[in-house]
Design a protein around this ligand. Structure first.
Ligand SMILES: [Zn+2]
Length: 189
């Protein structure tokens, strides 16, 4: 008897975001584990997670956010997942896609743009609305990098739904335009 092909197999977004989640589990950061995967033509170009540079050991460098005693903290030393993914890649073809579990900071955005990565899929954003988040979005928008949030579908574990486009994509503008038209219609009623 011929068996039929599975229909509930992982799509590409689910596959590469799950790989980003998987590599994030390598992080030794006790507070936040971030993973990133760079993809081109559905082939993995590179992966990374947040950690200290090579030969900078966790026994010497601090994972704390603030240490008032000696003014040491992890922010001085840690390499972010997105930058590590870029640095771990041999060659990143133009127009590659980045999957990251956390929306990239402004510093990683500079490297992402310089490598001509044109699409970012992310799972969550800090929503701190601070100057670094503002700078990151401003640069991505200016460089026409499409940013798409994936939502975890809670009914099926590790399945994702596309939700919104943050910047660099006309769909977002179209949604605003439709809302504008709806407001006009409601006013007429
Ligand atoms: Zn970063």
């Amino acid at each position: 008897m011929t068996q039929r092909a599975r229909t509930d197999y992982a799509n590409w977004n689910e596959t590469f975001m799950n790989l980003a989640i998987c590599i994030s589990k390598r992080s030794k950061d006790p507070n936040r584990q971030v993973g990133a995967t760079i993809v081109n033509n559905n082939k993995i170009i590179g992966m990374g997670y947040n950690g200290f540079p090579n030969n900078c050991h966790d026994t010497v460098f601090p994972w704390c956010r603030i240490n008032n005693e000696n003014n040491e903290n992890k922010y001085l030393y840690v390499v972010h997942a997105e930058l590590n993914a870029i640095l771990n890649s041999q060659n990143i073809p133009d127009g590659s896609i980045l999957y990251t579990t956390l929306f990239p900071c402004n510093e990683c955005c500079k490297a992402i743009i310089q490598k001509n990565i044109k699409t970012i899929y992310y799972l969550e954003i800090k929503e701190e609305n601070d100057i670094t988040e503002y700078a990151a979005k401003k640069m991505l928008d200016s460089a026409n990098v499409k940013c798409i949030k994936l939502n975890v579908n809670t009914e099926i574990n590790n399945k994702f739904d596309e939700e919104i486009v943050l910047c660099g994509d006309s769909i977002y503008i179209n949604i605003l335009f439709i809302l504008f038209i709806l407001c006009l219609i409601l006013n007429f009623i």
